[in-house]
Write a protein that binds this ligand. Structure first.
Ligand SMILES: *Cc1c(COP(=O)(O)O)cnc(C)c1O
Length: 376
């Protein structure tokens, strides 16, 4: 934990769980991406954490932005960023929202089918589109497969359709799955992208851009390769598949930009057992699946947890949230080792919570306030 977050939490006197994000760490992360992939544009995936302070910092550092909705586009424009720095990267958009984005000046759109291309033809004439291709997400802890993208064999038809209807068929995108620890995933995806470029060239249409998506991991319990390692693996894969005719490239880090910059402070509300002779205790926190920890769904993301009693003997615990909903359990299939001495009222720290927490919090399920968020 950064000293700044430590000092902030010491001074905070409001009750209830909160997430605190340290902008210095976001800045370091941005610079690591910019340095490690110097010829690639960074489009921050706003959905990971749309806090205005984060968007303003990234705007000032020169970042561009990947937006999922008109709401996110408006948040980015509020920083003063020009619309030319925005990609409307959601493949599922209402035609009205495409029209609104176009009126704001956005000219770069994701598609994965001719039906979506047709909407853009109608309300965003002359725009650039890139076609998202399916990626299996193997090796990712939070896969994004199936829902987005088309088969790479279909992509040339989607892009040619765009071209024939007056749009610029700009390129190809993929997402290797979030929290992707396998460096080979980009090699595989870039091979697919190069195949689409070749097929399009045969059809007389020159693509220019590969959007390599997000997937860059944050450190939870396991060590991960650093951004420079990802950068060189990606650069090697690019040269392997595109030779000396490198396309322009984009990355869209979300988790990798803000994940390690934030942590949650929470409180132990209750510790109990279900039978006298249980070897596993239940530990209930004042935060759960409905207050920002949605990525514990299927126990996919396993956050590091620090307690004031670390170092004492531990025992396995089921970790659960405070609401009257039985799915509000964080870790049960694989219980979490926590100190036997952990007590009701203890404050614990859930680390690496800067991404995919604040906006996942419900507005007031069970009467609990949404997760408080501070950016320092
Ligand atoms: C969610 C998303 C990202 C960010 O993914 P991370 O794994 O958090 O880096 C990037 N691009 C698109 C299109 C996304 O949907």
């Amino acid at each position: 934990m950064s000293q700044r977050i430590r000092d902030f939490l010491r001074r905070r006197d409001e009750d209830g769980p909160c997430v605190v994000v340290d902008l210095d760490i976001v800045r370091d992360n941005y610079e690591a991406f910019a340095r490690s992939l110097p010829d690639t544009s960074v489009y921050y995936a706003v959905k990971a954490n749309p806090a205005p302070e984060i968007l303003s910092l990234l705007e000032s550092l020169g970042s561009s932005f990947d937006c999922a909705s008109v709401g996110e586009i408006e948040m980015v424009l509020a920083t003063g960023a020009d619309a030319s720095r925005i990609s409307y990267g959601n493949t599922i958009k209402k035609e009205r929202d495409i029209a609104k984005a176009y009126a704001y000046g956005v000219r770069l759109f994701a598609v994965d089918c001719v039906e979506e291309v047709d909407k853009i033809v109608r309300v965003a004439p002359g725009s650039k589109v890139f076609c998202r291709v399916l990626c299996d997400g193997v090796g990712a802890e939070w896969p994004l497969s199936r829902k987005f993208g088309c088969d790479p064999d279909m992509a040339p038809d989607v892009l040619e359709h765009a071209h024939r209807n007056g749009l610029t068929a700009h390129g190809v995108s993929f997402h290797v799955g979030s929290q992707q620890a396998n460096l080979q995933a980009w090699d595989f995806a870039l091979a697919m992208a190069a195949g689409v470029f070749q097929e399009m060239a045969l059809r007389g249409i020159e693509l220019k851009m590969v959007n390599m998506g997000g997937g860059f991991p944050t450190r939870y319990l396991k060590d991960i390769p650093g951004v420079p390692t990802y950068g060189s693996a990606i650069f090697q894969a690019l040269t392997k598949h595109f030779g000396n005719r490198l396309p322009s490239t984009i990355i869209e880090p979300g988790r990798g930009m803000v994940g390690n910059a934030g942590l949650i402070e929470a409180e132990v509300v209750l510790i109990s057992k279900k039978h006298d002779d249980d070897a596993v205790r239940w530990v209930y926190l004042d935060i759960g699946k409905f207050h920002g920890l949605a990525e514990t769904m299927d126990e996919a993301i396993r956050y590091p947890i620090k307690t004031p009693r670390d170092g004492d003997a531990t025992m396995p615990c089921v970790l659960a949230g405070p609401t009257c909903d039985s799915v509000d359990v964080l870790y049960e299939k694989t219980p979490y080792e926590l100190p036997v001495s952990l007590s009701i009222g203890d404050k614990i720290l859930i680390e690496a919570c800067g991404a995919y927490t604040t906006t996942y919090s419900s507005v007031g399920f069970n009467g609990f306030a949404p997760l408080a968020s501070y950016v320092i």
